[in-house]
Structure formats: C-alpha cells, structure tokens
Design a protein around this ligand. Structure first.
Ligand SMILES: *Cc1c(COP(=O)(O)O)cnc(C)c1O
Length: 461
C-alpha cells in the first residue's frame, strides 16, 4: 500500500508519542532518585502510550528494569524485547490457579502477595526444572495486595522448608557468599536501599530450589500527599519487616543482587532520601504529575502523549440550535458549530461534554452538548467574531496545557486523575512514535499499526 493511502486509513484521532520527551523524563527521574535506580512501569499498554513504542525506546536508552501488572503483559513485553535482551521484567497480579511456567521459561519475575501465589511459583519452577524468581510483596498499610503478617509467616515457613529440601538435594552446594541484604549495619530500608549498589549482573547461586527471592517490595497508599503520616508509618513497618527478612530468609533461596522497591512516582519525587534500590515509576515517565497541585512543568517533566483529531464539519447555525444527543446545549445567538472526530469510543469521557475544551489553531473552544461515541461538537462562535476554523484543521484534544488542554485539565473536567485519562484512550486510536531524529516525518506517514518497532530500532538513543 502506498504511504499516502496508509496515512488516509489511519485513525483520525491519533496519539503522538514523543519518545524524546519520554527519555528526558526517564533521565530526570533517574537523576532525582540516584543512587536508587529506575524500574519503568509500563502496565496497561504503558498507561495508554503503547508498550510497543515506550519499552523499546527506554531499552535503547539503557533501561533494563521493567514492571507490568499482569502475566500476559509480561509475556508480551518479554517477546517484544527478545530473549537475549537482558531486561528484567516483574509482574505482580495473577491468578495462582494459572499455569505460570511461561514466566519461568521467559525469566519473568513474579510479585508474591499470598502463600497461594508462592505455591504457584514453586509449581512452575518444579514443572520447568528451573528456578522461578520472585519478589515478596509486603502489605505495609495500603490494604490492597501484598502479604499480611500472617501470610508472610506462612511464606517464610514454606521457604525455610524448601531451603532444607533443596540443600539436601544439592548436597554441599549452598552459597557461602554474604548476601547483599545482610549488610552488617543495615537497620533500615533506606540504608538497605542506598547500600544496594552494583545490582546488575550477578547470577544467583547454583541451586536446585524451584524459587529464588530476587526482590522485596511494598506499595504506598498516600505518597501523592507529601508529608502524609501514612507514608512514614509504611516506611517504618517496611523497615521492621525488612529486618525480619534479613534474619529469616534462607540464604540459599535469595539472590545476591536482591532488589528492594518501595517508591511509586509520587514517592520517587517527594521522599528524601528515596528508599530502596529501585523505584517503580510509571506516570512520571509519561510526563504527568502525580500530585494534585503541581503541574508536570513544575516537576521538570514533559507530557509524552499529544492526542490530536481533525475538524470534519463547520456550519452556520441559528440561535437556539441544539448540539448533539439530548440537545443539552443551545446556541445563545447565531453561531457556527464545528464537528470534531473523537468520543467515548476513543476513550474521551462523556462527562466532559459541556465542560471541556479543545484547541484549534492555538485557540481554545468549548465542547458543547454531549460527547458521543465517535464525535463531539464545538461552538466556535460566529464568523465575524469567532476563530478561523476550517474543515481539515488539526485539533489538539490533549496537549501540554499550552498546545492543548493537559491530561490534568481533562482529569478535572472528568472528576478523575490524569492516570485514567491517558490509560483509557482506546485501542481504536493509533499511537504514532515521534521524537527521535527522523521519526517525525516517518510518523506522519505511518499507519499506526506498530510504527515504534521500526522507529526505535535504529535510534540508538
Ligand atoms: C501502578 C503501580 C506502580 C506505578 O505507579 P505510578 O504512580 O504510576 O508510578 C508501582 N507499583 C505498583 C505495585 C503499581 O501497581
């Protein structure tokens, strides 16, 4: 198919994904959290930005630690990056009744939040004759997933039993090295985190154990409210559990380069020092603020996604003309309506009708009436006093606040958070990689299927 024909068949609503901004954000975050390192969270199709674009771009920039939520996401990412990539992929939300051998074979790490999940990991290790790598996920106060105290007791007991079995099976092969976690003076998670340098590369001890603990993690409830006492409570609880694990985790069953991860995006930007060996950061990589009262720009971040559409109709309408289903808006005077492609079928919440705005030729216009599945209406004012808007004009639906409304503005109109706005942009919308040298032009002509794989491969960014 010719390039022009391909462009014509792409979706009218499309998301430009700026990989240069992505890499800049990742570097900004990495500098902020050092000596902790960055683990990039690319779940939910990289928060709607396309894992196919985002993950190879981060990988090309040198990133090796990735996290997703589900096993299918982890498997897809593993296949995308390839078997010899050296990337480490962690996922933490799965059904313990599922067959996890696909993870063991691909070297995908599993976050363990229940004794049942540990059993599933052990079963996968046994079935493959390999060792399934696991991160123990501790509930330190979020009250969502993660091991409770009694669940942790069960898990530790199971690991001790397993270590005893394994050392019998393996004879005198047990490691004699000093595990990273057992630093002599480590009394807090902070100490442990900052001490965990040089975490890349060492393979675990030879072991016949079906599981190996390669990480310990917890997740904050209120890190988006800097100074909230719940975060200090969680850090405190993590410290004491971490001390317990130092004492009780069988040394044969843990990696030397144990990774300790606590911080999500808001914690990575607000805690000083940043706890843990790595931060699990998602939303800030995409240039979005995790704080209600701080903009991305104030945090030194650049939004990665620009969602654009086009004006498909412009017409004069008389005073009293209603707009869209329900006729919930009526023109106060003679005016013009512009029709823009894009609706809730593209992930733009219906609730933003009669609230939101979009930008055409640098000027904001109100979305009037209900947002439909596929389209929305703007009141662009009468020809004499309104803006110049023509059929075919580009519309910036989501921009950086200047180019077009920010994801944060959309979140306010929709009574939600910026995370949900970008993550819910639907699969109907093509994601087009731009940003690396030569990508912009290629991106224009791409059909949006999987442009990133091509664009990022030779980028060397
Ligand atoms: C989604 C998620 C993250 C990333 O959160 P951000 O606020 O986007 O950085 C980290 N850890 C866990 C367990 C998560 O579910």
């Amino acid at each position: 198919m010719a390039a022009a024909a391909q462009a014509a068949t792409g979706s009218v609503v499309s998301a430009r994904i700026d990989t240069a901004a992505l890499i800049d954000n990742a570097r900004t975050v990495a500098a902020r959290v050092a000596p902790a390192q960055l683990m990039a969270v690319v779940k939910a199709d990289a928060y709607g930005h396309s894992t196919d674009i985002v993950a190879p771009a981060l990988y090309a920039a040198g990133l090796r630690d990735f996290a997703v939520a589900t096993v299918p996401e982890a498997v897809a990412l593993s296949q995308l990056l390839g078997p010899d990539s050296g990337a480490r992929i962690l996922c933490w939300l799965f059904d313990p009744a599922a067959d996890l051998t696909v993870c063991t074979r691909a070297g995908i790490e599993l976050g363990i939040s229940t004794p049942e999940a540990l059993e599933a990991a052990i079963a996968a290790g046994r079935a493959t004759g390999r060792s399934q790598d696991v991160h123990l996920k501790l509930d330190t106060g979020l009250g969502r997933n993660g091991l409770s105290l009694s669940q942790l007791d069960t898990v530790l007991e199971r690991l001790r039993a397993l270590a005893a079995e394994s050392s019998i099976a393996a004879g005198a092969q047990a490691t004699t090295g000093t595990p990273t976690i057992g630093t002599a003076t480590a009394g807090t998670a902070r100490t442990a985190g900052t001490a965990a340098t040089g975490t890349i590369g060492t393979a675990g001890p030879p072991t016949s154990a079906p599981v190996r603990v390669t990480g310990i993690m917890t997740h904050f409830a209120n890190a988006d409210i800097p100074g909230d006492p719940a975060t200090a409570d969680q850090l405190h609880r993590f410290d004491s559990l971490y001390g317990r694990l130092q004492a009780e985790l069988p040394s044969d069953l843990r990696a030397d380069d144990l990774r300790v991860t606590l911080a999500n995006s808001p914690a990575a930007l607000s805690l000083d020092p940043v706890p843990g060996s790595h931060v699990r950061a998602g939303v800030i990589l995409y240039g979005l603020s995790p704080f209600e009262n701080r903009t991305a720009a104030q945090l030194g971040l650049t939004p990665v996604m620009t969602l654009t559409s086009r004006v498909l109709n412009v017409k004069d309408v008389p005073a009293g003309q209603g707009a869209s289903y329900g006729l919930t808006y009526r023109a106060a005077h003679d005016t013009r309506f512009a029709l823009v492609a894009g609706g809730y079928g593209d992930g733009l919440p219906r609730i933003a009708g009669n609230r939101g705005e979009v930008t055409v030729r640098g000027r904001r216009y109100p979305i009037v009436g209900r947002i439909a599945m596929d389209q929305m209406v703007l009141d662009i004012g009468p020809a004499e006093t309104g803006g110049e808007v023509a059929i075919g004009d580009e519309v910036v639906v989501i921009g950086d606040g200047t180019t077009g409304p920010s994801a944060e503005e959309w979140a306010a109109w929709c009574e939600t958070i910026n995370y949900e706005i970008v993550t819910c942009i639907s699969p109907r919308v093509d994601r087009i990689a731009v940003g690396a040298p030569g990508e912009a032009a290629a991106g224009e002509a791409a059909n949006g299927a999987h442009p990133a794989a091509d664009h990022t491969r030779g980028g060397g960014r």
